[in-house]
Design a protein. Structure first.
Length: 69
């Protein structure tokens, strides 16, 4: 499944210096996932940090934002 990023997500990824491979890994292999309506909140521990990725699954996965906890 294709992964696309909103403008907001791209801005946050750049500002927070989050690697795209970490986002993809969090979506594909989360340590924890919570679904609220259409939104998915995936969390994964990577390199000593917890990363949360918020996305919507439609025809493709649309990443809304991501941030370190």
């Amino acid at each position: 499944m294709d992964i696309i990023f909103t403008f907001h997500a791209n801005e946050q990824i750049r500002e927070r210096k989050i690697h795209l491979t970490w986002i993809k890994e969090t979506i594909k292999f989360p340590d924890d996932i919570m679904r609220v309506g259409k939104k998915c909140y995936a969390t994964k521990r990577l390199n000593g940090l917890s990363l949360k990725v918020v996305y919507v699954k439609e025809k493709h996965i649309k990443v809304i934002t991501s941030f370190y906890l």
